[in-house]
Design a protein around this ligand. Sequence first.
Ligand SMILES: Nc1ncnc2c1ncn2[C@@H]1O[C@H](COP(=O)(O)OP(=O)(O)OP(=O)(O)O)[C@@H](O)[C@H]1O
Ligand code: SF4
Ligand SMILES: [Mg+2]
Length: 331
Amino acid sequence: MTTTTDLLSAQALQVTFPGRHGAGPARAVDGVDLDIRPGEIVALVGESGCGKTTLARSLLGLVPPASGQITFGGKPLDYGSRALKAYRKRVQLVLQDPSGSLNPRHTVYDAVAEGLRIHRYGGDEREAVTNALSRAGLRPPERFFLRYPHELSGGQRQRVVIAGALVLEPELIVADEPVASLDASVRGEILALLLRLRDELGLSALVVTHDLGLAWNIADRVAVMYLGRIVETGDVEQILTAPRHPYTQALLSVLPEAAGDPVVLTGEPPDPSKIPSGCRFHVRCQVLASGEAERAGVADACRTKDLPVLAGGGETQVACHWANAAAKAPA
Ligand SMILES: Nc1ncnc2c1ncn2[C@@H]1O[C@H](COP(=O)(O)OP(=O)(O)OP(=O)(O)O)[C@@H](O)[C@H]1O
Ligand code: SF4
Ligand SMILES: [Mg+2]
């Protein structure tokens, strides 16, 4: 449900791709509600192929939804080219691989100024570029103006990409795996930068990651995605200390800091052109496989009854018959 306080909101969003090799259409995003509020960092987490990038691109207006709606500042997204251009000034994309996002023949100055030129910025370009580099932690900024991407470290390149997003003073950054290609030592620095931008500029961010541990370090809220749907969402601390969905539990169990045995998921890797009936996770679910769902009296529901789309708001929610039955059971 959209509220007046939401900055970006998706309602019942569906994105499909034509099927390959005679398969049915791939429902890469299959009914997602997601709200992002001003000054909030939301982590979108899930394994490879679950639809994170497709959802992120759709939120940016880069992939039109098959159905559902996106609103920004309470207004439905307008897909007209001028309106989209104005929207992409307010919502900036930061990609995983800084080398791929930067033109090797452009200096740092030109890379950061590019967005200003595209949007015909009327102010002082040099001042805007200087401020953006400084905010992205490249100081003194002038020292970087004439450098080329190959003369920078991976962390510095990612900071240049972030500066290129910041220069347009966006309200929201959508960062798709922003630190996945970086060494562990610089990951923390880039995450700290995103936190500082939230605190100092009130910047919101949707951070896409396959790493729940990363979400722990950065996000206010987390949305766990499985096969095109959000299966658990809420306050990061609550979800990560007391996960209720078996899929979230499995993801957490393989983190280095996890106590207990890792949960190895069985079954075929998920395929969005063949979404199982019932709970979409049931063919891989360790709680169903172990008989626990049977003992809780929900095994039939697991196999046959789909779960409702979770609302996108702040409250902690889970799409699981077993977790819901446990919540209702007398203590
Ligand atoms: N242009 C496309 N045409 C057809 N299918 C696509 C297209 N883009 C993505 N898909 C499919 O949609 C599903 C979701 O892909 P997506 O890239 O959104 O996943 P992801 O969660 O970002 O994965 P990763 O963690 O590997 O980046 C995958 O099954 C993928 O094969
Ligand atoms: S609904 Fe059933 S199959 Fe699905 S995650 Fe919950 S316990 Fe597992
Ligand atoms: Mg992706």
